[in-house]
Design a binder for this molecule. Structure first.
Ligand code: 13P
Length: 255
């Protein structure tokens, strides 16, 4: 059985010293051995180096929150997947809804970023999810399918070995309103069906599909029990070690 993956997405929060302290607290709290869980922290780029030092030798992996699609070039302000790999990242979050909706990232841009991540040996955490208007219009499944289809177009069959998927309904992010188990199960089922049809049953069944959107210690266990959920992508609750650790601890499978 694949271990669940829990990722803390710190978004644009934290000075270097705040990020170091938070990473230290998380690393200390995770020392229990023999539990099956993968944990990654995604600090802002300015704190990657400092967090990398803190988590060295622990079971925590380093993740970035985004990457440019080119390896280098005249793209002021951008950071490439190649640079993130060089900085010690193993994962990169791509297609997050805040980038799609606030920074107008298109499906095609997300696709180029997925290719850049894989080309540079990073594991992509590909986010998909519908807005409230899309859900109310009954378009959830078609929006998620379109986002997946474009992001994964042209990838070889083995490419999804290096992709984690995250269903993050836009209306559930930072709102305190998480999707219900039934809503999550339906969308995760659709994502898996799509992956099986595109990459074969074995690879589709092995893919990890995370849920994100107002995950807290109070709802994490129930969400993780939902069929088809293989981990969590945590925003606000990952900014405090106690709440993030509580979520991680209820996600771990017994060793
Ligand atoms: P919240 O957990 O704050 O709702 O954020 C979810 C998210 O966007 C994680 O990537």
């Amino acid at each position: 059985m694949i271990p669940p993956l829990v990722v803390g997405n710190w978004k644009m929060h934290g000075t270097q010293s705040q990020c170091r302290d938070l990473a230290r607290r998380v690393a200390r709290g995770l020392k229990r051995k023999g539990r099956q869980i993968d944990v990654a922290l995604a600090p802002p780029n300015t704190a990657l180096e400092i967090v990398k030092k803190v988590i060295e030798g622990s079971q925590i992996r380093l993740a970035a929150q985004d990457a440019h699609w080119e390896d280098q070039g005249a793209f002021t302000g951008e950071v490439s997947a190649m640079m993130l790999k060089d900085s010690g990242c193993e994962f990169v979050i791509l297609g997050h809804s805040e980038r799609r909706h606030i920074l107008n990232e298109s499906d095609l841009v997300v696709a180029k970023k997925v290719q850049a991540a894989l080309r540079n040996g990073l594991r992509a955490i590909l986010c998909v999810g519908e807005t409230l208007a899309e859900r109310q219009a009954g378009r959830t499944q078609s929006v998620v399918t379109r986002q997946l289809r474009i992001a994964l177009k042209g990838l070889g069959k083995s490419a999804i070995d290096n992709v984690e998927f995250a269903y993050e309904p836009v209306w559930a992010i930072g709102t305190g309103l998480n999707a219900t188990s039934e809503q999550i199960a339906r969308v995760h089922g659709r994502i898996r069906q799509f992956l099986k049809a595109s990459f074969g049953n074995r690879k589709g069944n092995a893919a990890r599909i995370l849920y994100g959107g107002s995950v807290k210690p109070e709802n994490a266990a129930e969400i993780l029990r939902t069929p088809g959920v293989n981990g969590l992508l945590v925003g606000g609750a990952s900014l405090r070690a106690e709440t993030f650790l509580a979520i991680v601890n209820c996600s771990a499978l017994p060793g």
